[in-house]
Design a binder for this molecule. Structure first.
Ligand code: 9MR
Length: 429
């Protein structure tokens, strides 16, 4: 069974913002026109490449609406003076490969290419079946736990690289890119870091950690989750009283810790892509709105943020998000001039809150939402095979000893129907 093509839903959404003609209008000299641009597409109009007169918010809008982009615009600069951040010099659409025998191949042959990622665990790499599927099907790696603060800096100023190096080196050998996950996060902190207090102590610890970690991996890791999950709501679904999460970082420095972390990261590596990453911000909800305003503020202040990762843990206890909702939500972040990424996708079937049919529809439509947006640079699945999913053993996931059946491969590394639906979306079907 095929779900409603997201292309239709997406164009309906985009047309709601103005589809007066079929040409490539929008974007260009006035920038802001992009947000109400036409339905153009591949050939584009005049907008896009260098943004409009107020690039941060308008430059990419031309691309959004299927307008400008490819041929570039005449506008320049942006409101914050960081020339070009609002522009988007890629094509306005992504063209699928004609055929592919792996997800990785489908991603690499798409134009522009799209990264196909997986969370990789050190223990998984001891299993040949896991390793061969992981490398054949993916070209992007996130270490599931091995690059977190407790793994890398178990004692103050004393670093432990072994497990992370194993994963990173394996990825490099297999021609895969790596995202460093994660520099500043309230969770998986060593005890000594959780008990720091006072602005000076906390700022020094953040600086030492970021400088050492980014410095160690500088030649191999070019994208970083600089800050992870800094926002909380009453419910894990992203609803209820969204606010900055109390943490050792926030408690000592206030919201300033965000800017500080990104600034230190930028000083350490002027060319790295720097991301904010969070869960249950996948569709428009209270948490996503709050994060949008938070990130928009960072962009306006000139904080060096390049992208946002939408974790896309679908099903209990996290949010559920349909493809059209995801598309609309990702779009507004991309319109800030940022890359967007589906960073930790899995769909939990425990307790049957998500049915088998719904799971297939979600997999297809959410991957399609990203695929259709050139600013969506990749899709990372949070694991390889069902049996190793983090969900199985976490009480919040309501699995009660059952498998979450949340991923694309079974425990014999055979492709599941979920895999086929993801492939369909990557091939434009
Ligand atoms: O998958 C990870 C699991 O093995 C760890 O026990 C857990 C501990 O917090 O972290 C999991 O990964 C998380 C990721 O780092 C950040 N977003 C949520 C992920 C799932 O909890």
């Amino acid at each position: 069974m095929r779900s409603t093509p997201l292309t239709l839903l997406l164009s309906a959404f985009l047309c709601a913002t103005g589809c007066s003609d079929g040409g490539g209008g929008g974007g260009g000299e006035t920038g802001g026109a992009g947000t109400t641009g036409g339905t153009g597409g591949a050939t584009g109009g005049t907008g896009g490449a260098t943004g409009g007169t107020s690039g941060v918010t308008s430059g990419t809008s031309g691309v959004t609406s299927g307008t400008g982009g490819a041929t570039g615009g005449t506008g320049g600069g942006d409101a914050t003076g960081t020339s070009g951040t609002g522009g988007n010099d890629g094509p306005a659409v992504r063209t699928p490969a004609a055929s592919a025998s792996t997800l990785r191949e489908a991603g690499e042959k798409a134009n522009p290419p799209i990264l196909i990622g997986a969370a990789i665990s050190g223990s998984g790499l001891n299993d040949n079946g896991y390793k061969s599927v992981a490398a054949a099907e993916h070209n992007y790696v996130t270490a599931e736990n091995e690059m977190k603060w407790n793994a890398l800096e178990p004692n103050p100023g004393s670093f432990s690289w072994g497990s992370a190096d194993n994963i990173v080196n394996w990825a490099v050998q297999n021609g895969m890119q790596i995202k460093g996950h994660t520099l500043v996060w309230h969770n998986q902190l060593p005890g000594w870091a959780s008990s720091l207090s006072g602005a000076t102590q906390v700022e020094q610890a953040i600086r030492r950690h970021i400088e050492n970690v980014m410095g160690h991996f500088k030649d191999r890791v070019h994208t970083w989750d600089v800050v992870n999950e800094a926002v909380i709501t009453d419910s894990d679904t992203g609803v209820g009283n969204p606010r900055m999460r109390p943490s050792v970082f926030f408690n000592a420095l206030g919201e300033r810790f965000l800017d500080l972390a990104f600034q230190i990261a930028r000083e350490q590596d002027p060319t790295a892509k720097l991301y904010y990453n969070d869960y249950s911000i996948d569709a428009r909800n209270e948490k996503a709105d709050f994060v949008y305003e938070m990130v928009r503020g960072m962009v306006e202040r000139g904080v060096p943020i390049d992208g946002v990762g939408f974790q896309m843990h679908i099903g209990p206890p996290n949010n559920e998000a349909g493809g059209a909702d995801v598309a609309a939500n990702l779009r507004r972040f991309a319109d800030l001039g940022l890359e967007v990424l589906i960073s930790e996708m899995d769909i939990n079937r425990c307790s049957n809150q998500v049915t088998a049919e719904e799971q297939l529809t979600y997999y297809h439509d959410i991957v399609e939402a990203c695929f259709l947006m050139p600013e969506c640079v990749g899709i990372t699945f949070w694991g390889i095979n069902d049996g190793r999913s983090w969900l199985n053993s976490w009480s919040g996931a309501l699995c009660n000893g059952q498998s979450s059946q949340s991923l694309l491969f079974n425990d014999q590394y055979q492709k599941k129907e979920t895999y086929n639906r993801v492939m369909d979306a990557l091939l434009g079907r």
